[in-house]
Design a protein around this ligand. Structure first.
Ligand code: 0A1
Ligand code: ZN
Length: 881
């Protein structure tokens, strides 16, 4: 494990490397206990580099076995090797030379899941961001691009399959039951994209013919017996490959494309060139074991990793500060893919909900950082919602500002200009400036400045003059180490909604640049006068969530009720309703705290019922309409002195109010949605199931008995409906016979299906009862649970900390203690996952005084421990600062 180090890396300190490594040949003698790695590096002194610059190679927990320079053993006095660095001071005079480095690594005792490790008997690697240095000493930075040739040998029985990046070259038998394979990747790549997999796995194969007629062999490798569950992933892969050709003109470039699913993985998946490695949760799916959300995630992540082949691999990052260059852009691409494959409106609402749930709290708390950070202590802590999701929003705004055509021209220029390079955000933006002739200087602040901008807005209509005057003001709140903010370029899509719901025309707009339905906010304050507006409109703004801002507009409830029913933009309809629900929940929470009964307006409840029953709307949209803002959503909007118990009580009261009002309608709707068609994971069918599950919760609450949920649980022929029913039984009836029986039946049925048992953990981790902490502690003793597997930890402890507000924030501090204990126990094994779990504390300052004190004490206690990993120390320090 890496030890704590206070070193801070800064963007402005970037220097090109004095040495390059254009080629590397790696040889692995694979053995789970002890693997010997022989790396032959072709090293070149960079032009302009001083002759005598020492060569400093990165390492992490390495043991050097041998070092040769141009084939001869290096004299001991010419170098210095520690587990985390190899410094060679005496080097040949020539500009080019060869280094041979032999290291010894220990795969089976590698619990960090970085570098070379073993997952369920399969050797695999994870090198992003800095895992390659756990395999061999190297210039482990993304601007060092090398052509890789990889030879592996292993026991043939234990590892009949030997995979690496690129194309297969050669394979054959060796003595003692061993065999070997050689792979060659012709595309120069950074070390973080290196991968190797060796083991005994089953496979699903297929092929894809590219637009220019090249045949690509596709393989998805999974545990034996699980091949059928990889069919959907294969289908998603082929659709992704076609889509990237059609939408971005990008073709695949190798003869093979392989995906391997492993069960121990720190993140979702990894885009290694030609050999994507996946968390099996994002590959395996069928009706019996996966929910519709799982299917959608698989489609999105398969696409995401595939799209990285161009945005990330062919064009990569100059340094890790540029992480959003590949991640924000690739998330944008996968969002667009899913929008094209499914319902665009529903997809957009989902994206915005996720952005608000994960990125907004990050941007508004102690861990806030710009989309392109300027400093870091541990890069692994920057795989954040800000870099990924806000990074994607920034690319989306770029498209809104430039328009589809100029955006595509900019992308084409970017691909053409930078193929094979390691570049920066400045290079990216320059391609769009050059392709469109626009100046993006002010827009670039979205990459450089942290914090969620606020936009305040008011409007008035003058019937006589036929003008609508809109006042808009922007402000960006201070964030850690950035107290003064500059004005942003905020593109706000809008419409003037007329009495019949149609968008009203206007003759002219003065006071800001307004083009193609978008207001370009660039100054602090704009007064925009729309002239020639024939009727009083309702101003609909930030349509489609065109800018990731918080909007504060005058609270005209009647206007919101109107927009929710009539706006032509479905996102805005949903947004209007959500704002109404959120405001009413904030008011109700206040009432509860003041000892009063919460009350809800009839017209709002009726609006919810009407939209839910509106057969002209897609079912998935109607399900979203009935999904109230979560407790965390309401807490975030309240923002300070939060009492999660009051929010819970208020939300429950609103659920019950709607349930009572809608009892009959919901019953009919629910029954009407049932069909006997065989299961299909398509978006339309998924939407029907989503609506059924949402209705089921209201039915159960309206009736006050678990019968309907029990029936759905028993009759379900797919996981979406079974897990949906179980969630409701667990939430509301966990201490009754029905709840207990359903949980036990589910456990029994899926005893041997780990990914499904994770759902069982997850569902229980969300139960908002007094006994929640002890239930989770007891589940940690369950044979299925293990701290060594990130999926188990996320399912139980991650869910508890993110989706069980009353229990995590329990007033006695025991929820915090549970998470803190787990974080500390995990840190010695897997610092990355421990650090990520610790981010659950990031909003601690916004809670009420008692909770704040408990959280502060625990954070301080953790931060004071000895031997914390750099990952965890960094998160704790920033959270407390
Ligand atoms: N580049 C991957 C994310 C990723 C990052 C680090 C990892 O190491 C544990 C693994 C995956 C992606 O964006 O999908
Ligand atoms: Zn990615």
């Amino acid at each position: 494990m890496r030890t704590e180090s206070g070193q801070i890396f800064r963007l402005e300190d970037y220097k090109p490397s004095a040495y390059l490594i254009p080629g590397i040949a790696l040889d692995f003698a694979l053995d789970a206990d002890e693997t010997l790695v022989t790396a032959r590096l072709r090293v070149e002194r960079a032009e302009n580099a001083p002759d005598n610059a020492p060569l400093e190679l990165d390492g992490d927990a390495l043991t050097l076995e041998a070092l040769r320079i141009n084939g001869a053993d290096a004299p001991v006095s010419s170098y210095e090797a520690t587990p985390d660095k190899l410094t060679i001071r005496k080097l040949p005079e020539e500009r080019e030379f060869e280094l041979t480095i032999v290291t010894r690594v220990l795969p089976s005792s590698n619990t960090t899941l970085m570098g070379l490790y073993v997952s369920s008997g399969v050797f695999c690697t994870q090198c992003e961001a800095e895992g390659f240095r756990r395999i061999t000493y190297f210039l482990d930075r993304p601007d060092i691009l090398s052509v890789y040739t990889v030879r592996m040998e292993a026991d043939r029985k234990a590892a009949p399959l030997l995979l690496s990046n690129g194309n297969p070259v050669e394979s054959g038998a060796l003595e003692n039951g061993r065999h070997f394979a050689v792979w060659h990747d012709p595309f120069p790549k950074p070390s973080y994209l290196f991968a190797l997999v060796a083991g005994d796995l089953g496979v699903v194969t297929d092929s894809f013919t590219t637009a220019s007629g090249r045949e690509v062999s596709l393989g998805i490798y999974v545990e034996h017996g699980k091949e059928e569950r990889a069919a959907y992933a294969m289908d998603a892969l082929k659709r992704s490959m076609r889509w990237d050709e059609e939408r971005f003109g990008r073709e695949y470039d190798l003869d093979v494309f392989n995906i391997v699913a492993v069960s121990d993985f720190n993140m979702g998946a990894m885009e290694n060139k030609g050999l994507n490695v996946f968390n099996d949760k994002y590959v395996l799916a069928d009706a019996e074991t996966a929910t519709d959300v799982d299917f959608a995630n698989i489609e999105a992540i398969i696409a995401h990793e595939y799209f990285h082949n161009w945005t990330g691999n062919r064009i990569t990052c100059r340094d890790w500060f540029q992480l959003c260059l590949k991640e924000g852009l690739t998330v944008f691409r996968d969002h667009e893919f899913s929008a094209d494959e499914r319902s665009r409106a529903v997809k957009r609402i989902g994206e915005v909900r996720a952005l608000r749930a994960h990125q907004f709290p990050e941007d508004q708390g102690p861990l806030a950082h710009p989309v392109r950070p300027r400093r870091y202590r541990e890069i692994n802590n920057f795989y954040t919602a800000t870099v990924y999701e806000k990074g994607s929003e920034v690319v989306r705004m770029l498209r809104t500002i430039l328009g589809e055509e100029a955006f595509r021209a900019g992308m084409d220029l970017y691909f053409e200009r930078h193929d094979g390079q390691a570049v920066t955000i400045e290079d990216f933006l320059k391609a769009f400036e050059d392709a469109s002739g626009r100046d993006l200087t002010q827009f670039a602040l979205w990459y450089h400045q942290a914090g969620t901008p606020n936009v305040a807005l008011s409007s008035r209509y003058d019937a006589e003059a036929k003008t609508l005057t809109v006042e808009i003001e922007q402000s960006v709140p201070p964030t850690p180490s950035e107290s003064r903010k500059r004005l942003m370029h905020i593109p706000l899509a809008f419409g003037l909604v007329g009495p019949e719901g149609e968008d009203l025309a206007y003759e002219s707009a003065e006071g800001a640049v307004v083009e193609n339905g978008v207001i370009h906010l660039r100054k602090r304050r704009h007064t925009i006068v729309f002239k020639g507006v024939n009727a009083r409109p309702v101003f609909s703004v930030n349509r489609g969530f065109s800018a990731p801002v918080t909007l504060c507009s005058e609270g005209r409830t009647a206007d919101r009720l109107f927009l929710a029913r009539h706006d032509s933009d479905p996102f805005s309809r949903w947004q209007a309703l959500t704002t109404l629900f959120t405001d009413t929940l904030i008011a109700a929470s206040k009432a509860v705290r003041g000892g009063k009964e919460p009350a809800f307006a009839d017209d709002l409840v009726q609006l919810g019922l009407d939209l839910a029953a509106d057969a002209t709307l897609e079912e998935a949209f109607r399900a979203l309409v009935l999904t109230l803002p979560s407790e965390a959503d309401v807490a975030r909007e309240i923002g300070h002195d939060i009492d999660p118990d009051a929010i819970h009580t208020a939300r429950r009261a609103l659920l019950e109010t709607i349930a009572r009002a809608g009892r009959e309608t919901f019953g009919d709707l629910y029954e009407g949605l049932h069909d006997n068609a065989p299961f299909s994971p398509d978006a339309r069918s998924a939407g029907r199931r989503a609506l059924r599950n949402t209705l089921l919760e209201y039915l159960v609450l309206g009736e006050g008995t678990p019968q309907a949920a029990r029936r759905q649980f028993d009759d379900a022929d797919n996981m979406t409906e079974r897990a949906g029913a179980l969630t409701i039984l667990a939430q509301y009836f966990h201490d009754t016979e029905d709840g207990r029986a359903a949980l036990a039946a589910f456990e029994e049925r899926y005893r041997d299906t780990p990914l499904v048992l994770d759902k069982w953990l997850q569902i229980q981790a969300m139960i908002p009862s007094e006994g929640a902490v002890s239930l989770v502690r007891s589940l940690m003793e369950h044979p299925h649970f293990s701290l060594a597997n990130p999926n188990r930890v996320r399912a139980l402890i991650g869910t508890f900390s993110m989706a069980n507000q009353t229990a995590f924030h329990s007033a006695d501090g025991e929820g915090y203690r549970l998470v803190a204990d787990t974080v500390l126990a995990l840190d010695g094994q897997n610092p990355q996952v421990a650090a990520r779990l610790a981010t659950a504390f990031r909003s601690w300052r916004s809670l009420d005084k008692g909770r704040r004190e408990h959280a502060r004490a625990l954070l301080a206690d953790m931060a004071g421990r000895e031997n914390l990993s750099r990952d965890l120390a960094d998160i704790l320090e920033r959270t407390l600062a």
